[in-house]
Design a protein around this ligand. Structure first.
Ligand SMILES: [Zn+2]
Length: 80
């Protein structure tokens, strides 16, 4: 019997990873890496390497494209 291999990522590796869209922290959620800011989810390949390509990412509900998320980021940016 073979169980499906759950991807795992070393915590110290996870710590240096960031969302390519807004540089938000990524956290392991189920078998994906989810951005704590914009909610975009990134797949983890079978070999445990996260796929951080925006084109391959799963965008959060309501976002039509990653450029739209870029827009959210601009809007949420605090006034300096
Ligand atoms: Zn993000």
């Amino acid at each position: 019997m073979t169980e499906p291999r759950r991807p795992s990522i070393a915590p110290e590796f996870l710590e240096i990873l960031a969302c390519p869209i807004d540089l938000g922290r990524l956290e392991l959620r189920d078998d994906r890496l989810a951005c704590s800011r914009c909610g975009t989810k990134y797949r983890i390949e079978a070999d445990g390497i996260p796929n951080l390509l925006i084109d391959a990412a799963e965008l959060p509900a309501g976002a039509a494209s990653h450029t739209e998320i870029e827009g959210w980021k601009q809007r949420n940016r605090p006034e300096l």
